[in-house]
Design a protein around this ligand. Structure first.
Ligand SMILES: [Zn+2]
Ligand SMILES: [Zn+2]
Length: 236
């Protein structure tokens, strides 16, 4: 009986407030954000990637850079359908996609057994001005949705952006990106311990994740592991 009522209510909701696939705009039901055809084609990461830097094994960056995080993983590539959905979350405020990405992030994380048992979740912070303009920080939204699924507390008081922060220009080279990132993030002074899961929407060069991880290690973390929605094979 309960199921009949639930199904009827869902059907009424679909009729009154139809939702659309974030990629092809086809109508979807039951609160989905993507249609079946697009879901079949979405760019999942299936090939071998380096456990630490997340790059395809042939393009591993671990010898080139020092990383304070122990590893990074993500369910999708920074391409096509996966990228479109994330960018609608990032720039158009489409928060309905948050749970879709969080679900796949958690699925990816728990498929790597060694990467479980975290004590705290945090996220890459945004400058207060930018956050106020946008109305939200997409990394924070993802962290909260991941935290809910893992039943873990999300801490927003561990890291902050400095006044140095500015939107990075595309032409800045990788070394400069790391240098800028190190100046852009600071720990707040709160002590932490144990294993920290650090969330961001996308890993490109890894500079922000590295700078935040370094600060979290200085704040007392035993380990920082990064989880993002997308992994890019390029540095910008
Ligand atoms: Zn579609
Ligand atoms: Zn690597």
């Amino acid at each position: 009986m309960k199921n009949i009522i639930k199904n009827t209510l869902n059907a009424v909701a679909d009729f009154l407030f139809p939702s659309h696939c974030f990629y092809c705009s086809r109508t979807v039901t039951d609160g989905a954000v993507i249609c079946r055809d697009c879901y079949k084609e979405i760019e999942k990461i299936t090939e071998n990637v380096c456990d630490k830097c997340g790059r395809a094994v042939g393009g591993c960056d671990c010898k080139r850079f020092v990383y304070h995080f122990s590893g990074v993983t993500a369910p999708f590539k920074n391409e096509g359908i996966a990228k479109t959905g994330l960018y609608s979350l990032k720039f158009a405020g489409d928060t309905a996609c948050v749970d879709f990405y969080a679900y796949h992030m958690v699925k990816r994380l728990i498929s790597r057994e060694e990467d479980n048992g975290f004590n705290v979740i945090t996220y890459v912070p945004m400058s207060p001005l930018r956050r106020a303009r946008r109305g939200y920080n997409q990394a924070e939204l993802l962290a909260k949705a991941v935290g809910k699924r893992l039943n873990l507390k999300v801490r927003g008081d561990l890291l902050r952006r400095t006044v140095f922060s500015k939107t990075q220009h595309k032409k800045v080279n990788v070394a400069e990106r790391f240098e800028n990132a190190y100046k852009s993030y600071r720990r707040t002074g709160k002590r932490i311990h144990g294993r920290v899961l650090l969330i961001d929407d996308i890993k490109t060069s890894g500079a922000s994740l590295e700078a935040c991880s370094r600060e979290l290690m200085y704040a007392g973390a035993d380990e920082v592991f990064c989880l993002t929605a997308l992994l890019s094979d390029k540095n910008s």
